[in-house]
Design a protein around this ligand. Structure first.
Ligand SMILES: COc1ccc([C@@H]2N[C@@H](C)[C@@H](O)[C@H]2O)cc1
Length: 448
């Protein structure tokens, strides 16, 4: 291995209470809200085909015009209690809110910047009421913070000369001040979700990112921060130059999921997902495929089955309301979670051989394994292959707690014959197992 001063400092996963809690939550809500919701992907009668929150980088959007938008930001229909209630009904257990996206506009009245909500017609802090409402609803809050800041005069993508280096130093002080300010103002938050850390100016100063992470942990012990913050002294990101994960969980799964358990290398990880193909901020015209309730549920269940968290993104409008598609999606997901959430919360990789009908999820630290069926076989019979030294002691449908009698088909394999092959939404079956020998016929008697 390479000697590193600013590589990973921890072998293996964090096991403290704050991380155990983060891992148990499994399902989160991302919220991208800011000035970009005003143009909403359109300007001068033209439609921007990129992600709405990146419209400032579009050649058709003059920087001056974008930078004046704060004069119009007045979310008169903002209702944080309603937002929190919607998230609670959906079954989200944590929420990540954009405090400041790449455009640099702060949703809180930062004393380190003039480009904040205080300068808008709304004037008031937006983060505080949101954090209070979500915490009251029993939902943890994490803060998204973009290091890239297109508005700040000292931001440099790369440091080409002494003047750049001086600006870069001033910018690092600004970043540190804003993060400390956020922790001081919002002491109940549980983590930071960093973004915008790909530029050379950041990548080439691994020492600063390492010191910053330690500074924040010292200010707020237990803080959960993903792998996107840090670079090591060789400019490696997410994984240091020895291939070890930096930060508390792998944070690279953006709009994509790992395929198998081998892809996650035993690390904690989280996937963040958009409803359309690629829109985080509010875009008036969603183009292309919009994900359905069952599609999102499959991503959520697949993530948990592979030991990860899944975060679904919402992009509120400039007035503070949500578009109908997002409201309907939240409600539909919530309906399923109300009945089947036990299979998701506190779920972990089960260690069963994957079958085509869907996913296994083990309730953390127990012998209870959930089967979440997405692909009903034409036979209506679900094959289950038990891992070694595992006995099946009970099988039941989650809906209605109906006991099922599996058919033993040899060695450690069973068929679960379902009474009904029709399914409109994912079906959950609970397997009760015990450690033991794979007795042949013996298990079937018990399972009956
Ligand atoms: C260079 O490609 C990207 C893609 C997405 C992003 C941001 N990360 C997501 C979580 C959103 O905030 C998106 O704007 C940044 C750079």
């Amino acid at each position: 291995t390479i000697a590193l001063k600013h590589g990973a400092h921890r072998m293996g996963n964090r096991t403290d209470a704050d991380m155990v809690r983060w891992r148990s939550l499994r399902f989160g809500q991302f919220i991208h809200w800011g000035l970009y919701a005003i143009p909403a992907g359109e300007w001068n009668g033209k439609t921007y085909n990129g992600a709405a929150e990146w419209i400032r980088s579009w050649k058709e959007m003059p920087h001056k015009a974008y930078d004046q938008l704060y004069r119009q930001f007045n979310p008169v229909n903002f209702n944080p209690q309603q937002w929190a209630a919607q998230a609670k009904a959906m079954g989200a257990k944590y929420m990540i809110i954009t405090t400041k996206h790449h455009d640099g506009f702060c949703l809180w009245p930062s004393k380190y910047s003039k480009y904040t909500i205080a300068a808008s017609p709304w004037k008031k802090d937006l983060l505080g009421p949101m954090i209070d409402a979500y915490n009251k609803a029993g939902i943890d809050v994490h803060l998204y913070f973009s290091i890239i800041d297109w508005n700040h005069p000292d931001y440099r993508a790369s440091l080409k000369n002494a003047a750049d280096s001086a600006a870069g130093k001033r910018f690092q002080v600004f970043v540190k001040n804003q993060l400390a300010e956020l922790l001081q103002r919002y002491p109940t938050i549980k983590g930071f979700w960093f973004d915008g850390t790909w530029d050379d100016s950041w990548k080439n100063d691994g020492a600063f990112s390492d010191e910053l992470e330690q500074y924040l942990q010292a200010l707020h012990p237990g803080l959960v921060m993903g792998s996107r913050l840090r670079a090591d002294e060789k400019g490696a990101r997410h994984f240091d130059s020895n291939g070890r994960l930096m930060g508390d969980y792998e944070q690279g799964w953006e709009r994509k999921l790992p395929a198998t358990i081998a892809d996650v290398h035993g690390n904690d990880w989280e996937a963040v997902m958009t409803v359309p193909e690629n829109q985080w901020g509010y875009h008036a015209k969603w183009m292309g495929h919009v994900k359905t309730v069952n599609e999102i549920l499959e991503m959520l269940v697949k993530s948990v089955s592979l030991n990860g968290n899944f975060v679904l993104n919402f992009g509120p409008k400039a007035d503070g309301t949500y578009r109908a598609e997002e409201q309907q999606l939240a409600a539909g997901i919530g309906e399923w979670m109300k009945v089947n959430g036990a299979a998701v919360y506190d779920g972990t990789y089960a260690g069963f051989e994957k079958q085509d009908w869907g996913y296994y999820i083990r309730k953390s630290g127990t012998d209870s394994v959930y089967m979440v069926v997405f692909n009903m076989p034409v036979s209506g019979s679900l094959r289950v292959k038990l891992p070694a030294r595992t006995e099946l002691t009970g099988v039941s449908m989650m809906q209605g707690n109906v006991a099922l009698a599996p058919e033993w088909i040899g060695r450690n394999e069973y068929f679960i014959h379902l009474p009904n092959k029709q399914q409109e939404s994912p079906m959950v079956i609970l397997l009760k197992t015990v450690k033991g020998e794979n007795k042949d016929k013996g298990n079937v008697e018990k399972a009956r």
